[in-house]
Design a protein around this ligand. Sequence first.
Ligand code: SF4
Ligand code: SF4
Length: 106
Amino acid sequence: MTTLDQHDSAATGETWSCQTCGACCAFSAEWPRFSLESEADIARIPAVHVDDAAGRMRCVGDRCSALVGEVGSDTACSVYAVRPEVCRACEPGDPECLMARAHWGL
Ligand code: SF4
Ligand code: SF4
């Protein structure tokens, strides 16, 4: 779950652009899960991208339906301004980021 911004990775010193990655948005359907959001927060996310029964973003396989573009090439979050808390918390270079990137061979 990405900030989809460009950041310096504290872990590696590399600069990664989430906009050429997107790996964490297509790693596991269990990742973009709602946590601290209020009902109003969730209501701001376009309903087509919300899986109410599962309590998370809607996913197609392991990929969040709000992710647009091609993983590892050119990606964006189509609900960036209203994305879940877990997506805001994920930072390039953190353990989850490294796991997702490794999964995608990035
Ligand atoms: S895996 Fe890391 S670099 Fe890639 S989009 Fe997520 S936070 Fe950004
Ligand atoms: S809501 Fe946006 S940032 Fe979060 S997993 Fe989906 S595409 Fe990624």
